[in-house]
Design a protein around this ligand. Structure first.
Ligand code: NAD
Length: 299
């Protein structure tokens, strides 16, 4: 089976490597040449456009930043739908707005191309070890057709409902992750200001009710001051924007999400947009004028 892969960033690269390792023939495209070169080194075939990739592939996977890039790559000039064969399947694994998934699905259907939305959770480490959590929207039969392929990249793949349901599930995930990092940052600032070492707090509570996968992944980054992404602040702004828009559209109030959005916007304005979202702690460090990492007053 021939697989096309478009979008070779932090997530796309290790996902392609796992497909190659599993024996799939993979053809790739990205606008960043260095990313393409790395995948060619790993054994992928390179094409010059999304159209060319689609023309060669039974299944086309996209792993792009947001809705506008997915629309451009699929529906735009030299895009997937200019090259894709009837009966081929588009698996969009990007995290985008559910309404845009539905719009892209309609454009695909008009050309006889099947599509599911299949965003992921787990970040770069789980992309590397092939254990991503994959949440899928679309026809169940199409999900069944691509299930084995998804399980090369994921530890689980759950069919959540009709097209867009994968991205709605991902928005719920992103709300929980953002609020969890903010809660950890707020609580650790409390302990730091009160004179208790945050690492001791972490050791004491990680096995209790407050423990979480987010806490385990992000506390080491927070306490060591390592904000190399991971998952960028700017991408999380994109996800919370999509969550707030969707919430407003369906009548679901998201007051905590709106608060954390303002923290992320402050960090973006401070030049931290390309840092890992664990840098939410810097917002608290700024307003409390205290550095959690060292338990000292910030210079
Ligand atoms: P990234 O910015 O590292 O990679 C995106 C890639 O898409 C880049 O290589 C970029 O050059 C490419 N691209 C952009 N526009 C393009 C175009 N028009 N044509 C071809 N290529 C194009 O982002 P990422 O961290 O890999 O995230 C990708 C998606 O996965 C996002 O929707 C993100 O929200 C989601 N996601 C990321 C993580 C994470 O931890 N990084 C976790 C889960 C989900």
């Amino acid at each position: 089976m021939k697989v096309g892969f478009i979008g070779l960033g932090i997530m796309g690269k290790p996902m392609v490597k796992n497909l190659l390792k599993a024996g799939y023939e993979v053809t790739v495209y990205d606008i960043i040449k260095e990313n393409v070169a790395l995948m060619v080194q790993a054994g992928a075939d390179e094409k010059k456009s999304a159209r060319e990739v689609a023309g060669l592939s039974d299944i086309i996977i996209t792993m792009l930043p947001n809705s506008p890039q997915v629309k451009e790559v699929v529906m735009g000039k030299d895009g997937v739908l200019e090259g894709a064969r009837e009966g081929s399947i588009l698996v969009d694994m990007s995290s985008i707005a559910p309404l845009v998934s539905q719009e892209v699905h309609r454009a695909c259907a008009a050309k006889g191309v099947k599509m599911i939305d299949a965003p992921v959770s787990g970040g770069e480490p789980k992309a590397v070890d092939g254990s991503l959590s994959i949440m899928v929207g679309g026809e169940k039969e199409v999900f069944n057709e691509v299930y084995d392929l998804l399980m090369v990249m994921g530890g689980s793949a759950v069919h959540c409902g009709k097209i867009g349901a994968g991205n709605t599930t991902k928005l719920a995930n992103q709300v929980i992750v953002a609020l969890n990092i903010a809660a950890v940052s707020e609580a650790f600032m409390l302990s730091t200001k009160a004179g208790v070492d945050p690492m001791k707090v972490f050791d004491a509570i990680k096995g209790g009710l407050a423990g979480s996968t987010v806490m385990n992944a992000k506390v080491p980054m927070i306490t060591s001051g390592n904000f190399k992404p991971g998952f960028k602040i700017d991408l999380h702004i994109k996800d919370l924007n999509n969550a707030l828009d969707t919430g407003h559209g369906v009548g679901a109030p998201l007051p905590l999400t709106a608060s954390v959005m303002e923290m992320l916007q402050t960090l973006h304005a401070d030049g931290c947009g390309q840092e890992d979202h664990s840098a939410i702690v810097k917002y608290y460090e700024k307003i409390a004028e205290t550095c959690i990492r060292m338990g000292k007053e910030e210079e």
